[in-house]
Design a protein around this ligand. Sequence first.
Ligand code: ADP
Length: 335
Amino acid sequence: MTRERIVSPLEQKNDVSKPPTSTPSVRPQDLEHYLGQTELKERLGIALKAAKVRKGPMEHTLLYGPPGLGKTTLAHVIANELGSKAWVTSGPALTKGSDLVGTLTRMEPNDVLFIDEIHRLPAAVEEYIYPAMEDYKIDFTLDSGMHARVVSYALQPFTLIGATTRAGLLTGALRSRFGLVHNIRYYDCDELTDILEQAIALLSFKNIDRDALTRIASRSRGTPRIALRLLRRVQDFALVKTQGECTIEVVNNALALEGIDDAGLDQLDRMYLQTIWSVYEGGPVGVEAIAATMGEDAGTLEDVVEPYLLQIGLLARTRQGRKLTPEGQKIAQEA
Ligand code: ADP
Protein backbone atom coordinates (compact mmCIF):
# COMPACT_ATOMS: atom_id res chain seq x y z
CA MET A 1 0.00 0.00 0.00
CA THR A 2 1.42 3.42 -0.87
CA ARG A 3 1.30 5.97 1.89
CA GLU A 4 -0.41 9.08 0.69
CA ARG A 5 0.21 12.28 2.54
CA ILE A 6 -1.89 15.43 2.84
CA VAL A 7 0.34 18.38 2.08
CA SER A 8 -0.62 21.52 3.89
CA PRO A 9 -0.76 24.80 1.99
CA LEU A 10 2.19 25.95 4.10
CA GLU A 11 4.35 23.09 2.97
CA GLN A 12 3.28 23.62 -0.60
CA LYS A 13 4.54 27.17 -0.23
CA ASN A 14 7.90 25.88 0.96
CA ASP A 15 8.17 23.13 -1.64
CA VAL A 16 11.65 23.53 -3.10
CA SER A 17 10.80 21.38 -6.11
CA LYS A 18 8.62 24.19 -7.46
CA PRO A 19 10.05 27.17 -9.37
CA PRO A 20 10.58 30.24 -7.15
CA THR A 21 7.61 32.60 -6.91
CA SER A 22 7.82 36.39 -6.78
CA THR A 23 7.52 36.28 -2.95
CA PRO A 24 9.79 33.52 -1.65
CA SER A 25 9.07 32.02 1.77
CA VAL A 26 11.19 33.38 4.59
CA ARG A 27 9.99 30.80 7.09
CA PRO A 28 12.98 29.38 9.01
CA GLN A 29 13.46 25.63 8.65
CA ASP A 30 15.59 24.85 11.71
CA LEU A 31 16.01 25.96 15.31
CA GLU A 32 19.19 27.89 14.51
CA HIS A 33 17.34 30.20 12.13
CA TYR A 34 14.31 30.50 14.41
CA LEU A 35 15.46 33.70 16.12
CA GLY A 36 14.60 35.10 19.57
CA GLN A 37 12.46 33.16 22.12
CA THR A 38 15.70 32.05 23.81
CA GLU A 39 14.05 30.40 26.80
CA LEU A 40 11.62 28.45 24.64
CA LYS A 41 14.41 27.33 22.30
CA GLU A 42 16.43 26.09 25.25
CA ARG A 43 13.53 24.02 26.58
CA LEU A 44 12.77 22.70 23.11
CA GLY A 45 16.43 21.93 22.43
CA ILE A 46 16.46 19.66 25.48
CA ALA A 47 13.15 18.02 24.61
CA LEU A 48 14.35 17.40 21.04
CA LYS A 49 17.66 15.91 22.15
CA ALA A 50 15.91 13.70 24.70
CA ALA A 51 13.50 12.49 22.00
CA LYS A 52 16.42 11.63 19.72
CA VAL A 53 18.22 9.73 22.50
CA ARG A 54 15.02 7.84 23.34
CA LYS A 55 14.40 7.36 19.60
CA GLY A 56 10.82 8.30 20.31
CA PRO A 57 8.49 11.24 19.75
CA MET A 58 8.96 14.60 21.44
CA GLU A 59 6.63 15.56 24.31
CA HIS A 60 3.23 16.95 23.29
CA THR A 61 3.66 20.72 23.23
CA LEU A 62 1.21 23.58 23.68
CA LEU A 63 2.25 26.99 22.32
CA TYR A 64 0.17 30.01 23.17
CA GLY A 65 0.45 33.67 22.31
CA PRO A 66 -0.91 36.30 19.91
CA PRO A 67 -1.03 35.60 16.15
CA GLY A 68 2.05 36.04 13.97
CA LEU A 69 4.67 35.24 16.64
CA GLY A 70 5.85 31.98 15.07
CA LYS A 71 3.76 29.10 16.44
CA THR A 72 3.13 27.44 13.05
CA THR A 73 6.74 28.05 12.02
CA LEU A 74 7.96 26.37 15.19
CA ALA A 75 5.84 23.27 14.53
CA HIS A 76 7.55 22.88 11.14
CA VAL A 77 10.95 23.56 12.69
CA ILE A 78 10.35 20.85 15.32
CA ALA A 79 9.31 18.35 12.63
CA ASN A 80 12.43 19.19 10.59
CA GLU A 81 14.66 18.86 13.64
CA LEU A 82 13.14 15.46 14.38
CA GLY A 83 13.62 14.45 10.76
CA SER A 84 9.90 13.79 10.54
CA LYS A 85 6.84 15.25 8.81
CA ALA A 86 4.44 17.91 10.00
CA TRP A 87 0.72 17.33 9.45
CA VAL A 88 -1.23 20.54 9.73
CA THR A 89 -4.85 21.08 10.66
CA SER A 90 -6.88 23.44 12.83
CA GLY A 91 -9.55 23.27 15.55
CA PRO A 92 -12.40 24.70 13.46
CA ALA A 93 -11.65 22.28 10.57
CA LEU A 94 -12.32 19.28 12.81
CA THR A 95 -15.99 18.81 13.57
CA LYS A 96 -16.12 15.16 14.68
CA GLY A 97 -13.62 12.70 16.08
CA SER A 98 -13.47 10.67 12.89
CA ASP A 99 -12.18 13.75 10.99
CA LEU A 100 -8.78 12.99 12.47
CA VAL A 101 -8.73 9.25 11.70
CA GLY A 102 -7.29 9.66 8.20
CA THR A 103 -4.38 11.75 9.40
CA LEU A 104 -3.69 9.86 12.64
CA THR A 105 -3.59 6.49 10.92
CA ARG A 106 -1.32 7.72 8.10
CA MET A 107 1.30 9.27 10.35
CA GLU A 108 4.68 7.59 10.56
CA PRO A 109 6.61 7.12 13.83
CA ASN A 110 7.56 10.40 15.53
CA ASP A 111 5.67 12.62 13.05
CA VAL A 112 4.25 15.93 14.25
CA LEU A 113 0.54 16.73 14.23
CA PHE A 114 0.01 20.49 14.42
CA ILE A 115 -3.44 21.71 15.46
CA ASP A 116 -3.83 25.46 15.15
CA GLU A 117 -6.55 27.26 17.14
CA ILE A 118 -6.77 24.21 19.37
CA HIS A 119 -9.13 26.07 21.73
CA ARG A 120 -11.79 25.75 19.02
CA LEU A 121 -11.66 21.96 19.01
CA PRO A 122 -15.20 20.58 19.56
CA ALA A 123 -15.68 18.47 22.72
CA ALA A 124 -16.27 15.32 20.63
CA VAL A 125 -12.86 15.66 18.94
CA GLU A 126 -11.16 16.46 22.22
CA GLU A 127 -12.45 13.22 23.79
CA TYR A 128 -11.14 11.37 20.75
CA ILE A 129 -7.72 12.91 21.08
CA TYR A 130 -7.10 11.98 24.73
CA PRO A 131 -6.31 8.26 24.15
CA ALA A 132 -4.36 9.22 21.02
CA MET A 133 -2.17 11.56 23.09
CA GLU A 134 -1.78 9.28 26.10
CA ASP A 135 -1.61 5.77 24.71
CA TYR A 136 -1.21 6.32 20.95
CA LYS A 137 -4.51 4.65 20.16
CA ILE A 138 -7.95 5.66 18.98
CA ASP A 139 -11.21 4.02 19.95
CA PHE A 140 -13.99 3.34 17.43
CA THR A 141 -17.53 2.36 18.31
CA LEU A 142 -18.89 -0.25 15.95
CA ASP A 143 -22.60 -1.01 15.69
CA SER A 144 -25.08 0.58 18.03
CA GLY A 145 -27.44 -0.31 20.85
CA MET A 146 -26.84 -3.66 22.55
CA HIS A 147 -24.41 -4.75 19.80
CA ALA A 148 -22.21 -1.69 20.18
CA ARG A 149 -18.56 -2.46 20.86
CA VAL A 150 -15.46 -0.37 21.15
CA VAL A 151 -12.49 -1.32 19.01
CA SER A 152 -9.04 0.18 19.62
CA TYR A 153 -6.66 1.01 16.79
CA ALA A 154 -2.96 1.41 17.62
CA LEU A 155 -1.24 4.51 16.26
CA GLN A 156 2.40 5.27 15.65
CA PRO A 157 3.91 7.40 18.43
CA PHE A 158 3.61 11.07 17.47
CA THR A 159 3.94 14.58 18.87
CA LEU A 160 0.90 16.80 19.08
CA ILE A 161 1.69 20.49 18.87
CA GLY A 162 -1.27 22.65 19.76
CA ALA A 163 -1.30 26.39 19.11
CA THR A 164 -3.72 28.86 20.57
CA THR A 165 -4.18 32.57 20.99
CA ARG A 166 -6.43 31.88 24.00
CA ALA A 167 -4.88 29.43 26.43
CA GLY A 168 -7.61 30.34 28.93
CA LEU A 169 -10.29 28.73 26.74
CA LEU A 170 -8.62 25.32 26.76
CA THR A 171 -10.20 22.72 29.04
CA GLY A 172 -8.06 21.67 32.00
CA ALA A 173 -8.22 18.06 30.78
CA LEU A 174 -6.65 18.90 27.41
CA ARG A 175 -4.10 21.33 28.81
CA SER A 176 -2.87 18.83 31.39
CA ARG A 177 -2.05 16.31 28.65
CA PHE A 178 0.69 18.53 27.19
CA GLY A 179 4.17 17.86 28.58
CA LEU A 180 5.50 21.26 27.48
CA VAL A 181 3.39 24.40 27.73
CA HIS A 182 5.01 27.59 26.57
CA ASN A 183 4.01 31.19 26.06
CA ILE A 184 5.40 32.72 22.86
CA ARG A 185 6.07 36.32 23.79
CA TYR A 186 6.38 39.47 21.72
CA TYR A 187 9.86 40.03 20.21
CA ASP A 188 11.98 43.02 21.12
CA CYS A 189 13.22 45.46 18.49
CA ASP A 190 16.69 43.85 18.19
CA GLU A 191 15.23 40.38 17.70
CA LEU A 192 12.84 41.64 15.03
CA THR A 193 15.70 43.45 13.29
CA ASP A 194 17.63 40.15 13.24
CA ILE A 195 14.60 38.41 11.72
CA LEU A 196 14.39 41.11 9.03
CA GLU A 197 18.12 40.90 8.36
CA GLN A 198 17.78 37.15 7.86
CA ALA A 199 14.82 37.70 5.52
CA ILE A 200 16.39 40.32 3.22
CA ALA A 201 18.90 37.82 1.89
CA LEU A 202 16.06 35.51 0.86
CA LEU A 203 14.07 38.40 -0.61
CA SER A 204 17.09 39.69 -2.61
CA PHE A 205 16.57 43.05 -0.92
CA LYS A 206 20.12 44.38 -0.75
CA ASN A 207 19.89 48.16 -0.57
CA ILE A 208 18.66 48.43 2.98
CA ASP A 209 20.87 48.81 6.04
CA ARG A 210 20.38 47.76 9.68
CA ASP A 211 19.19 51.22 10.78
CA ALA A 212 16.40 51.17 8.23
CA LEU A 213 15.50 47.61 9.28
CA THR A 214 15.43 48.72 12.93
CA ARG A 215 12.97 51.45 11.97
CA ILE A 216 10.66 48.83 10.44
CA ALA A 217 11.13 46.55 13.47
CA SER A 218 10.24 49.31 15.90
CA ARG A 219 6.88 49.79 14.15
CA SER A 220 5.96 46.10 14.00
CA ARG A 221 4.14 45.55 17.30
CA GLY A 222 6.75 42.99 18.41
CA THR A 223 5.42 40.59 15.74
CA PRO A 224 7.53 38.91 13.01
CA ARG A 225 4.55 38.49 10.65
CA ILE A 226 3.91 42.25 10.75
CA ALA A 227 7.63 43.08 10.44
CA LEU A 228 7.94 40.85 7.36
CA ARG A 229 4.76 42.26 5.82
CA LEU A 230 6.03 45.82 6.31
CA LEU A 231 9.43 44.83 4.90
CA ARG A 232 7.72 43.68 1.70
CA ARG A 233 5.70 46.89 1.50
CA VAL A 234 8.89 48.94 1.98
CA GLN A 235 10.64 46.85 -0.69
CA ASP A 236 7.80 47.50 -3.16
CA PHE A 237 7.77 51.20 -2.28
CA ALA A 238 11.55 51.50 -2.81
CA LEU A 239 11.36 49.57 -6.07
CA VAL A 240 8.73 51.89 -7.50
CA LYS A 241 9.79 55.24 -6.03
CA THR A 242 13.58 55.15 -5.53
CA GLN A 243 14.94 52.46 -7.87
CA GLY A 244 15.37 50.13 -4.88
CA GLU A 245 17.43 52.54 -2.74
CA CYS A 246 16.11 52.35 0.80
CA THR A 247 17.04 55.01 3.35
CA ILE A 248 15.31 55.66 6.68
CA GLU A 249 13.36 58.42 4.98
CA VAL A 250 12.09 55.97 2.36
CA VAL A 251 11.05 53.59 5.17
CA ASN A 252 9.21 56.41 6.94
CA ASN A 253 7.34 57.35 3.77
CA ALA A 254 6.43 53.74 3.00
CA LEU A 255 5.15 53.15 6.56
CA ALA A 256 3.15 56.37 6.51
CA LEU A 257 1.46 55.11 3.35
CA GLU A 258 0.55 51.92 5.24
CA GLY A 259 -1.06 54.00 8.01
CA ILE A 260 1.52 52.92 10.63
CA ASP A 261 2.36 55.63 13.18
CA ASP A 262 5.50 56.21 15.29
CA ALA A 263 4.37 53.80 18.02
CA GLY A 264 3.71 51.11 15.42
CA LEU A 265 -0.06 51.44 15.83
CA ASP A 266 -2.21 50.85 12.77
CA GLN A 267 -5.65 52.18 11.87
CA LEU A 268 -7.51 49.45 13.80
CA ASP A 269 -5.51 50.15 16.98
CA ARG A 270 -6.15 53.88 16.74
CA MET A 271 -9.85 53.36 16.01
CA TYR A 272 -10.09 51.08 19.07
CA LEU A 273 -8.45 53.67 21.36
CA GLN A 274 -10.55 56.44 19.87
CA THR A 275 -13.80 54.48 20.36
CA ILE A 276 -13.10 53.95 24.08
CA TRP A 277 -12.16 57.59 24.42
CA SER A 278 -14.90 59.33 22.47
CA VAL A 279 -17.84 56.98 23.01
CA TYR A 280 -17.10 55.54 26.47
CA GLU A 281 -15.15 58.44 27.99
CA GLY A 282 -11.99 56.37 28.38
CA GLY A 283 -13.75 53.34 29.97
CA PRO A 284 -14.14 51.06 31.75
CA VAL A 285 -16.17 49.33 29.07
CA GLY A 286 -16.72 45.72 27.99
CA VAL A 287 -15.05 44.42 24.83
CA GLU A 288 -18.43 43.39 23.36
CA ALA A 289 -19.65 46.99 23.55
CA ILE A 290 -16.45 48.31 21.91
CA ALA A 291 -16.71 45.68 19.17
CA ALA A 292 -20.38 46.50 18.48
CA THR A 293 -19.60 50.22 18.23
CA MET A 294 -16.69 49.61 15.86
CA GLY A 295 -18.55 46.99 13.80
CA GLU A 296 -15.66 44.58 14.51
CA ASP A 297 -15.52 41.06 15.84
CA ALA A 298 -14.87 40.96 19.62
CA GLY A 299 -12.55 37.94 19.15
CA THR A 300 -10.37 39.90 16.70
CA LEU A 301 -10.07 42.74 19.19
CA GLU A 302 -9.17 40.32 21.99
CA ASP A 303 -6.65 38.33 19.94
CA VAL A 304 -5.08 40.94 17.69
CA VAL A 305 -5.56 44.44 19.04
CA GLU A 306 -5.68 44.27 22.83
CA PRO A 307 -2.61 42.14 23.72
CA TYR A 308 -0.19 44.67 22.23
CA LEU A 309 -1.98 47.74 23.64
CA LEU A 310 -1.88 46.07 27.08
CA GLN A 311 1.78 45.21 26.61
CA ILE A 312 2.85 48.77 25.77
CA GLY A 313 0.72 50.25 28.55
CA LEU A 314 -1.95 52.09 26.55
CA LEU A 315 -4.77 49.93 27.89
CA ALA A 316 -5.66 48.39 31.25
CA ARG A 317 -8.04 45.52 31.95
CA THR A 318 -10.12 45.97 35.08
CA ARG A 319 -13.00 43.99 36.56
CA GLN A 320 -15.40 46.53 35.05
CA GLY A 321 -13.85 46.28 31.57
CA ARG A 322 -11.24 47.93 29.38
CA LYS A 323 -9.87 51.31 30.39
CA LEU A 324 -7.42 53.67 28.71
CA THR A 325 -4.28 54.54 30.67
CA PRO A 326 -3.23 58.25 30.70
CA GLU A 327 -0.79 57.43 27.85
CA GLY A 328 -3.60 55.70 25.92
CA GLN A 329 -5.85 58.73 26.43
CA LYS A 330 -3.15 60.99 25.01
CA ILE A 331 -2.84 58.89 21.85
CA ALA A 332 -6.64 58.59 21.52
CA GLN A 333 -7.01 62.35 21.64
CA GLU A 334 -4.35 62.85 18.98
CA ALA A 335 -5.71 60.10 16.71
P1 ADP B 1 1.66 32.09 14.14
O1 ADP B 1 1.49 30.66 13.76
O2 ADP B 1 2.06 32.29 15.56
O3 ADP B 1 0.47 32.95 13.76
P2 ADP B 1 3.69 32.07 12.05
O4 ADP B 1 4.44 30.85 12.47
O5 ADP B 1 2.78 31.93 10.87
O6 ADP B 1 2.89 32.69 13.28
O7 ADP B 1 4.81 33.21 11.79
C1 ADP B 1 4.59 34.31 10.96
C2 ADP B 1 5.81 34.61 10.12
O8 ADP B 1 6.85 35.13 10.95
C3 ADP B 1 6.39 33.42 9.39
O9 ADP B 1 6.39 33.70 8.02
C4 ADP B 1 7.81 33.26 9.85
O10 ADP B 1 8.66 33.31 8.74
C5 ADP B 1 8.10 34.47 10.70
N1 ADP B 1 8.66 34.11 12.02
C6 ADP B 1 7.95 33.88 13.13
N2 ADP B 1 8.77 33.63 14.18
C7 ADP B 1 10.02 33.70 13.70
C8 ADP B 1 11.31 33.53 14.30
N3 ADP B 1 11.43 33.24 15.61
N4 ADP B 1 12.41 33.67 13.53
C9 ADP B 1 12.28 33.96 12.21
N5 ADP B 1 11.09 34.14 11.58
C10 ADP B 1 9.97 34.00 12.30
